[in-house]
Design a protein around this ligand. Structure first.
Ligand SMILES: Cc1cc2nc3c(=O)[nH]c(=O)nc-3n(C[C@H](O)[C@H](O)[C@H](O)COP(=O)(O)OP(=O)(O)OC[C@H]3O[C@@H](n4cnc5c(N)ncnc54)[C@H](O)[C@@H]3O)c2cc1C
Length: 779
């Protein structure tokens, strides 16, 4: 093929050049397209031109990139002086080129150009604009002015413990607390994490929840504030901190007596005595009631003998065990021989009082395991490798009677077991109930970790540009609808869970709150908040493309470290079953004067009537103000919870009435029970979010929070819309309107996205550098 020459006969081809260029640039010309072009142009061209054209249209010999570039050059040079604002299609462009060249086309040729454009099926205006597009201009880097005061939002989020949170953020901003530039050797990481934990203890932050008499501040709320703010940084430090002060220290605080407190807590709080919380065993993780480690009381020596009967009964996953721990709170089955002066082995008859906690020294001052103690390292983990998780086995290790943490059960001076709670099961659950601080803390830390991921991804999304209209700056990826749909509901979820975990922590710190209810709420909120974080971190990583994969941008560590949040402090799925059991027993209690079965019928009938009479969702209204109404969301969430509760109670009741074993009955309804728990927790989260909106001073801040709450609620409804449709609560048109509203709110909140993540006040060094354009600058 020969190149186009702007002189001589070729000038006749000039008006067709844009079309021919676009046809080739779009891909390979089909035989049909070649025929069309040949027919449409044939009669307007000289024989010579026709030959030339045929050579350009030969699919066997397509133009080379150099020849295409030359065609483009001719078009652009000829069109240089055309009015830039004019929206031209390809036919217009061809005509204008001919005009500019001083050889205007006649009417028939103009007609042929228009027909050719239609036949080729290209969007002519866009194609012409792209053809003539100048270099893309530099994007304007500015984000819109925030519509609310970022500091005011930070103050609202910081809440009661603002000063403590600022103190921890300042600490995290110090060089000593800087993130690791890359993963380091396990031992080095563990030592480093121990050093950071020591630095926190030295500032008195570890002992905050301990009583003042033992060097603490008696302030569990502040302790949780430290814990979750630390979660902006290295999560290994957070977990080490939690194991030492929250779990190990907390077990002594909650299960021990004053002597235990005085003797141990000062050294636990200063980290002079590193310790472990040794509950899980290789054979029993979720089911801790059936742990197999034994602690047998021996009257003669007034000691307990702590023993691991077989390898599956060894303690497993125990934080602080592999390297640093010296004392461990060991959960074991308490066995008390019946006969005076006997041990179980000698006489075989003994009382079994269920799981209790014992303080067992595991390492000497030289750091070596004590006699009878075997310790193994769990090995390299997916994440949290700064924490030394290990396995511990006991070979008839003797500890004094005083080492039983005896708040709920003790051996008296006569060697007899005494407990203020007679039943083993009730005692066990009461004991576990005092340890829910771990769940509250993990839920709070999970929300903090999601804030870090969101702050990096949203700031990056506002800067990173890909694609865009011809001749204009490329578009920031956060301005794409799908990108907003991926990130904005997650941002709303971080705010939703923020208010839920803060409320939960407040309840936990409030001694007058119902402890059983707090325990149920902690289980449920921990499950949903940690799952949301895991999903959100992954979404954020993907939203940062390849940059998100770089270690320095933090997603690798965030993903690896938060993954296990769904498992430790109670496996999430198991925790949700705990929630549904509590809901069912509360349900039974509330209506104990009615037979459950009648009650279910009554409730379902009532619900059905309500749907028909006043379900706001059955109207055909789809306007935004209606769909954003907080009452509408609350009604839907309440209806789902009540309906699932009533229906699962009915299913269980039927099975139990038929004589089915309750374990089997619960198992047959397990999926339903988990759905109920999720519905319950989501309703609780929504209530807390709506309360927070109502409590905020009216103005831009409250307005922004209100829109976030609406987005979160509608997004959750959208996710589970099948259930509402299945139950006739929502109709198809409304379901579609919910989807549209999620998109609309996501777009509407987009200009606020950066201030909304800035309000989290994550220390700069703990955000990925891409959040500030580092590594992706133009120059
Ligand atoms: C990094 C890390 C640190 C840890 N630190 C400590 C520590 O310091 N101290 C400590 O005592 N423990 C610690 N643990 C242990 C942790 O608490 C347990 O791993 C957890 O309780 C889950 O137990 P498991 O691993 O035995 O899982 P399993 O209980 O075996 O669960 C495995 C799977 O079975 C499912 N499943 C179990 N039961 C049911 C059921 N009834 N119905 C439906 N599904 C079910 C679960 O959902 C899960 O998906 C740690 C664990 C890890 C991974």
């Amino acid at each position: 093929m020969t190149e186009f020459s702007p002189r001589g006969d070729d000038r006749q081809l000039l008006p067709f050049l844009p079309m021919i260029y676009v046809a080739w640039a779009d891909g390979v010309l089909s035989a049909d397209e070649v025929t069309t072009i040949t027919e449409q142009t044939g009669e307007h061209l000289t024989v010579e031109c026709r030959k030339r054209l045929a050579s350009w249209l030969d699919p066997e010999s397509p133009p080379s990139p150099r020849q295409l570039a030359a065609m483009l050059r001719v078009v652009r040079t000829t069109a240089r002086d055309l009015d830039a604002d004019h929206r031209l299609n390809l036919a217009d462009l061809g005509r204008r080129l001919a005009d500019a060249d001083g050889s205007p086309v006649d009417g028939a040729t103009g007609q042929a150009l228009a027909e050719l454009e239609a036949a080729l099926g290209v969007v002519g205006e866009e194609a012409a604009a792209e053809l003539l597009a100048p270099e893309r201009p530099e994007p304007e880097a500015e984000e819109p002015e925030p519509q609310f005061a970022v500091e005011a939002m930070t103050a609202l989020l910081d809440g009661e413990h603002a000063a403590t949170r600022r103190q921890v953020r300042d600490l995290l901003a110090e060089d000593d607390f800087a993130p690791l530039p890359r993963p380091i050797a396990t031992d080095e990481h563990r030592d480093r994490v121990l050093e950071r934990t020591q630095a926190l203890a030295d500032r008195g932050l570890g002992a905050l929840s301990f009583p003042e008499e033992v060097g603490g501040a008696g302030d569990v709320g502040r302790f949780i504030a430290v814990f979750d703010t630390l979660a902006y940084g290295d999560l290994s430090v957070v977990v080490k901190f939690g194991v030492q002060f929250g779990l190990f220290g907390g077990s002594i605080l909650q299960l021990g007596n004053e002597q235990h407190h005085r003797r141990y807590l000062p050294e636990v709080g200063s980290l002079a005595l590193p310790g472990c919380f040794a509950m899980s065993e290789t054979g029993h993780g979720s089911n801790v009631r059936d742990l197999e480690t034994t602690a047998t009381y021996e009257r003669a020596s007034d000691e307990f003998v702590v023993h691991t009967p077989h390898p599956l009964a060894r303690k497993d996953w125990i934080g602080n065990a592999a390297r640093h721990g010296r004392l461990a709170t060991v959960f074991a089955q308490l066995v008390v021989p019946v006969e005076e002066g006997s041990s179980e082995e000698e006489h075989g008859e003994a009382e079994h009082h269920g799981v209790h906690a014992f303080l067992v020294p595991i390492r000497g001052d030289d750091g070596q395991p004590l006699p009878g103690i075997s310790i193994e390292d769990c090995g390299y983990k997916e994440g949290l490798n700064g924490v030394d998780n290990g396995r511990i086995a006991f070979d008839r290790v003797r500890i004094p009677r005083q080492n039983l943490l005896d708040r709920f059960g003790r051996i008296d001076d006569d060697g007899r077991y005494q407990s203020p709670i007679p039943g083993d099961a009730k005692r066990f659950f009461t004991m576990l109930g005092t340890l829910v601080g771990g769940r509250v803390s993990v839920a709070s830390a999970a929300v903090a970790a999601s804030k870090v991921a969101l702050a990096t991804a949203i700031r990056y999304g506002a800067r990173r540009r890909q694609f865009g209209p011809a001749g204009e700056a490329e578009v920031a990826i956060l301005d794409y609808q799908v990108h907003q749909r991926r990130l904005m509901p997650r941002l709303a979820a971080a705010y939703a869970h923020h208010f839920a975990v803060r409320w939960l922590a407040g309840r936990y710190a409030d001694e007058s709150a119902d402890a059983r209810e707090t325990e149920t709420l902690a289980a449920g909120i921990k499950a949903l908040a940690t799952w949301e974080t895991i999903d959100s971190v992954q979404t954020c990583r993907e939203c940062c493309g390849g940059q998100g994969y770089l270690w320095v941008n933090r997603f690798a560590a965030l993903k690896a470290d938060t993954d296990v949040f769904a498992t430790f402090e109670g496996d999430n799925t198991v925790l949700l079953q705990l929630v549904s059991r509590a809901l069912l027993s509360e349900y039974k209690k509330r209506f104990s004067d009615m037979k459950t079965y009648d009650l279910v019928g009554f409730l379902i009938g009532k619900a059905a009537t309500e749907i028909g009479e006043k379900n706001p969702w059955t109207t055909h209204r789809t306007a935004s103000d209606h769909l954003r109404d907080p009452e509408l969301h609350a009604a839907a969430f309440r209806y789902r919870e009540q309906s699932l509760l009533a229906s699962v109670a009915r299913r269980l009741k039927k099975r139990l009435d038929d004589g089915m074993d309750s374990f089997v009955a619960f198992n047959q309804c397990q999926d339903h029970l988990v759905a109920l728990s999720r519905a319950h927790v989501e309703r609780v989260v929504l209530d807390r979010f709506q309360e927070a909106v109502a409590a905020a001073e009216p103005g831009p801040l409250a307005d922004t929070l209100g829109r976030l709450a609406a987005l979160w609620a509608l997004w959750r409804i959208e996710k589970d819309v099948g259930w509402w449709l299945e139950n006739g609560y929502v109709e198809g048109n409304k379901a579609a309107a919910v989807r549209d509203e999620v998109l609309a709110l996501s777009a509407e909140l987009r200009p606020l996205a950066v201030p909304l993540v800035d309000a989290f006040a994550v220390p700069r060094q703990w955000l990925g550098p891409i959040a500030f354009g580092v590594g992706t600058e133009r120059v």
